[in-house]
Design a protein around this ligand. Sequence first.
Ligand SMILES: Cc1cc2nc3c(=O)[nH]c(=O)nc-3n(C[C@H](O)[C@H](O)[C@H](O)COP(=O)(O)OP(=O)(O)OC[C@H]3O[C@@H](n4cnc5c(N)ncnc54)[C@H](O)[C@@H]3O)c2cc1C
Length: 493
Amino acid sequence: MFHKDLGETGKRLFRDFPVLRMLWESGRKKGIAELVETVRRAEEFKRNYALPYALELDKRMEEEPEYFDWEIMRQACRYRFLSIFIPKQLGGSAGEFMVTNTSLLMDELCSGCSGMALAIGAHSLGVAPLVTSGAMGHWDRILGEIVEGERKMEPVTMAYAITEPSAGTDVEEPEFLEVAKLSLEARKVQGGYVLNGRKCFISGGSEAKYVTVCAALDKSRPLETWTTFLVERGMKGFSSPRVELKMGQRASHAAELLFEDVFVPDSHVLGYEGDGMANGILMIMAASRGPVGAIATGIARSAFEHFLRWAKTRRNGKRPIDEDRIRMNLADFWGMIQENRGLYMSNAMLGDSIFGKVLAAPVMVLTLSLPSFVRTNKVMNDFLNSRYGKAMVNAIMRYYIKDEDITQLLETASLAKFSCSDNAMELCSRALNLMGPDDSEERRWVEKAYRDAKLTQIYEGTNQLNRLVVNNVRFEETLKVEVPRPFKKGVVS
Ligand SMILES: Cc1cc2nc3c(=O)[nH]c(=O)nc-3n(C[C@H](O)[C@H](O)[C@H](O)COP(=O)(O)OP(=O)(O)OC[C@H]3O[C@@H](n4cnc5c(N)ncnc54)[C@H](O)[C@@H]3O)c2cc1C
């Protein structure tokens, strides 16, 4: 395969991300070609679907926040965005560059419409705990259903629920979880657990068929008893009564979830009782905060592209771009975008060098290449869902991934998250100021980007929290993430 076979998309990506060119030249051609193909599909989504429709949908969602346009998810099926985090052996597209692929996809989609992108990306966030916890007993059924739904253009989605009405920042950091005031509680009963309480602001929570939910088994000892559950739509007592009126990224719902005596069987614990923070949330945040940096970057790029078009448009015989102050700002904006890309890319590359080893491990390849009926056979499935099955997968993970690697990944993820979102906010704000009270369509796009960017400073941990994470990992070494270890409950130092 030659460089030119990657087409215009490859040419642009190699120019914007020289590291991809370097990897291509050093022989990682197949993986890089897959990344280019993802971005090419995202460009098509942006051109044909997002750009012509985003402003109209944004307006409609302001007036009718309950409305959800399933066409977004059907388009996501068409372009195969729902299986981006699902291993290839199970029919998805997660391969050698799984995290980089997700980040590049988010950057590109968000340069079209970050509301639509969040509807798609929040689903992958829901899938992530199923994959990173090594819950192979559920993979064929649920991940298989997502892939099949994608093929048939009948979207099946997931969501990730950790935030509670009185605990947002507190559930994202071990030190704060210890003192969090929680409203959701899980109680152990014969054969499973009963969940009671609420979660809030859950992206895609009102549409998701499966939700990964964290809850304490004892609210007075949340850190020691924080556990991850797989909850399914249709479980008695589980509902999503309302969604928020959002300032930005409106195409995606932020839902409240209600749990009224919801029985969740033992087999639906992801990982083990009590490991929900050390091996649960921190692992997920290490993999997902970088892509939030990419979301912010895509939003910044949307503002930049519309600002540039505005700057080149002649008004009263003059073009704004003919003024030096506009030209200098454009260069600054591009600098911010490239700085962002450097940050989220270094997190993504590190993520792939860590997770790629597990997916490529011979025992993993062997297990995943078994025919599905072998893995879903009752004996095998019971084993994979048992303590011993989980221990086997965890042992493999521990062999390939070290605690220091995941801890470093968390640091780079938090750094990318707060830096990229702050840059996006700064860029949108400056662009709006420069455009002044202009009633052009370009200004409407920049105004939308401004509202959209704000949310990236909040979700996946506020930027204040992410700054503390960087401090705690790098300067004080008080925060360490643990790779799930067989039979061991979560411990966070
Ligand atoms: C659009 C959107 C989508 C979301 N999607 C999801 C989702 O899919 N799943 C999910 O579980 N959650 C989701 N969330 C929730 C999100 O993660 C929380 O909003 C976020 O963690 C902040 O929590 P909070 O809103 O309760 O704010 P609070 O925790 O109340 O924070 C309020 C302010 O106080 C600051 N603060 C709080 N504690 C400290 C501290 N100890 N030190 C310094 N400053 C502090 C915060 O930084 C912030 O500025 C979403 C939120 C939004 C806005």
